[in-house]
Write a protein that binds this ligand. Sequence first.
Ligand code: IPE
Ligand code: IPE
Ligand code: MG
Length: 240
Amino acid sequence: MPIPDTLDLSRIPRHVGVVMDGNGRWATRRGLPRTEGHGAGESALVDTTYGALSLGVRALTVYAFSTENWRRPVDEVRYLMNFNRGLLERRQHELNEVGVRITFSGRRDWRVPRGVLRRMDEAAELTATNTALTLNIGFNYGGRAEIVDAVKRLIEDGVPAHKVDERAIASRLYHPEIADPDLIVRTSGEFRTSNFLLWEMAYSELVFSEVLWPDFRREHLFAAIAEYQGRERRFGAVEG
Ligand code: IPE
Ligand code: IPE
Ligand code: MG
């Protein structure tokens, strides 16, 4: 899929966030167990990552498992844990070769199996010096949990109340070095953000796609970016 010439390459979002939703419905519509939908999401993730790379997007944050997803049946949770470990095993070397830095946002709590954490550390370490694109995976991620964790760090750092400002909080989020997302895409026709990048998305443009995540490909990313480029960002100011 070539880059459409309708895209303005001088206005590519630096950071795109994606709520990868609709796996369960994709599978159910085919008479398959929900977990098959998660499995089918792998090609969507890889193709979207290559699409982002081809445009020069600097960072892609994908929501893979939320702090609320523990509420799902234990078999599905177990599948998702193993699947995410397997995905890293299958893809980390290829992504490393094309210059992708893999990072993670989320809580490393006792519920995440040790083997999964190990694989995450390994992928992060392997790709740490890459600079083409940061693929930041939201895993056991919650926007509120991230803010709570930042506030805990503020207290641990002994920051006095009069020194608490937006910078003090932002610098204690999981990845302060990644710019705020310019664009957030959610698939599957749901119009909510489900606790994704709560702090960081204050001024993000939101694009909602009807496509179920396993069917999502780079052309859908390009279409979302075209929609983004048609928006006027004001940041609270008056155009002029
Ligand atoms: C998104 O697909 C994947 C995760 C939340 C882990 P869903 O599993 O939420 O699919 P739907 O929304 O039920 O179709
Ligand atoms: C959001 O999708 C979380 C991920 C994509 C990982 P959900 O399917 O969990 O969100 P809700 O429950 O529809 O809000
Ligand atoms: Mg869902």
